[in-house]
Write a protein that binds this ligand. Structure first.
Ligand code: HEC
Length: 134
């Protein structure tokens, strides 16, 4: 019995393979934005997905919540408390692309999920600060 199950399962694994889902690919622009993000240590003052410094706001969902133009204004000019990094137009665009890609992959503050009785999480639609358990 156990042997049959083993052979059967081995067969399934052998024929179906073990590939994982296609990895997310990041465009050159997004990668450039991420490098700028790291090089200028934005995370010292800002959080992504709730992690990072707390001088400035969490930027995970800034793009969808407040728009590109809003984020661009801060990144281009700085403020009294945020430094002006004197970025070029393409650098600002790359940072916006990076923040948009972050925005499409998570929410902040982290959402609390309610599991079903069999351990999965019911379908989840991304809305700013939404709590699907409500
Ligand atoms: C020295 C701390 C500091 C650093 C470093 C910093 N910021 Fe900021 N940032 C702030 C503060 C503080 C604010 C809030 C505006 C204010 O109070 O002046 C802000 C606001 C913003 C906003 C607007 C967010 C919102 O929801 O209002 C964006 C976008 C932003 N920063 C992007 C960046 C990026 C990109 C970098 C890295 C290139 C960066 N910041 C580096 C302190 C910082």
């Amino acid at each position: 019995m156990l042997l049959t199950a083993f052979i059967g399962y081995s067969g399934i694994v052998y024929f179906l393979g073990t590939e994982t889902a296609k990895p997310i690919e990041f465009s050159q622009e997004i990668q450039k934005g991420k490098r700028l993000w790291n090089a200028h240590n934005c995370v010292a003052c800002h959080q992504l997905y709730g992690l990072g410094g707390f001088m400035g706001p969490d930027l995970t969902n800034t793009i969808s919540a407040k728009g590109e133009a809003y984020a661009r204004a801060f990144i281009l000019g700085g403020t009294l408390r945020m430094p002006n990094f004197h970025f070029s137009e393409t650098e600002v665009q790359a940072l916006i692309a990076f923040l948009s890609s972050v925005d499409s992959t998570g929410t902040s503050p982290p959402t609390t999920f309610k599991a079903t009785w069999f351990g999965t999480i019911p379908s989840y639609t991304k809305e700013k600060n939404s709590d699907p358990s409500e």
